[in-house]
Design a protein around this ligand. Structure first.
Ligand code: PHE
Length: 341
């Protein structure tokens, strides 16, 4: 029995020493010290010993058990330390490795153009308004003097949400004129950029969704001269000093008189070229003096107040500003195209 204990001790200590990790060490603990372990098996044979031998063997067995337990504890500590060392090595962060460069984006060309326009108007004391794209037909049409039967109200031109044609995707930013009149104190100077929707097929110059910037001034004694002066100033700031404009008579239901403003072609300087389709001029916006009916519907005294308004197509402005030939490029979000600006 003595030899058996000595053998277990020697074998166990060698095995502990060779354990590769704490799981292996755990298995060894069970193998030697567990209920069905080798040392336990020897202890179970103690019953067969004589009364003199029993305490001697008992003491020896206890010594072996203590030695094994101690060795297990020491080995466990050693393995833990080694595991930590390995983990630190594996997870080491090399701060000298060059990083992945972040790709910086930039503003979309249309928003560059919009920000320029906003800056110019803010500089002249205008407030920038934001309004809903889902609009009441009452504001998009009725309050703008486009009554039942007006061609722009047709189902083939307009996106309605209901059979009664009451709620729609706004076809213009002009309902923002009405919203401003209904909510703001006079005098009013506002610009209101945003998306508008019309049932158009997509081509190089058309899209069922595009952007406009609405502008409006209402004050005492405002005339067509103020409209022309302001818009000329804006055009010179956008396209350079000396840029010529031309105002042609036009019709909008909510302005009287109404006009369209053309800008002299930046390519040919007015002589006529493919960019301006031989005209020498490029149409930029619609404008006019706000119709007295529209002012009256908003409860504004037309004996005291008058106003003007304009609506400018933002894509067209950006296309002119950056010499973009096809409207679709503005919405396709092709990085190769956008990177150029
Ligand atoms: N809303 C008009 C359009 O979409 C433009 C416009 C705005 C005309 C303001 C006059 C005054 O064509």
């Amino acid at each position: 029995m003595k030899e058996q204990l000595a053998k277990i001790r020697a074998e166990a200590l060698a095995a502990f020493d060779a354990a590769a990790d704490s799981a292996a060490l755990d298995a060894l603990r069970v193998q030697y010290l567990g209920k069905k372990g080798e040392l336990t098996a020897v202890l179970k044979m103690m019953g067969g010993l004589s009364a003199e031998e029993r305490p001697v063997m008992g003491q020896l067995a206890n010594e072996v058990r203590a030695a094994l337990e101690q060795a297990i504890e020491a080995t466990a500590k050693k393995l833990e330390a080694a595991a930590l060392e390995q983990q630190l090595k594996d997870e080491a962060l090399d701060v000298t490795i060059p990083g992945t460069p972040a790709v910086m984006g930039h503003k979309h060309p249309m928003y560059i153009a919009l920000d320029e326009i906003k800056d110019i108007f803010i500089g002249m004391g205008f407030t920038v308004l934001d309004g809903p794209e889902i609009e009441l037909a009452e504001l998009n049409f009725d309050r703008l003097n486009a009554e039942e039967g007006h061609p722009s109200r047709d189902w083939s031109d307009t996106f309605y949400f209901d059979e009664d044609s009451r709620v729609m995707l706004r076809s213009q930013t002009s309902p923002m004129q009405v919203r401003a009149m209904d909510t703001m104190d006079l005098p009013i100077r506002i610009v209101a950029p945003g998306r508008v929707y019309r049932k158009d097929e997509v081509d190089a110059t058309h899209s069922p969704m595009f952007h406009q910037v609405e502008g409006m001034v209402i004050d005492k004694g405002v005339t067509m001269a103020d409209l022309k002066g302001t818009l000329n100033t804006v055009v010179e700031q956008l396209y350079g000093e000396g840029t010529k404009t031309r105002f042609r008579p036009h019709h909008f239901p909510f302005t009287e008189p109404s006009c369209e403003m053309d800008v002299q072609c930046h390519k040919c300087g007015g002589e006529g070229c493919p960019t301006c389709k031989g005209e020498g001029w490029i149409e930029l916006l619609g404008a006019g003096m706000i119709h007295p009916k529209v002012l009256k519907m908003a409860g504004i005294d037309t004996e005291v107040y008058s106003g003007w308004a304009f609506g400018i197509g933002l894509e067209r402005t950006a296309m002119r500003r950056f010499k973009i030939a096809d409207l679709r490029l503005i919405f396709e979000n092709d990085i190769r195209f956008l990177e150029q600006f």
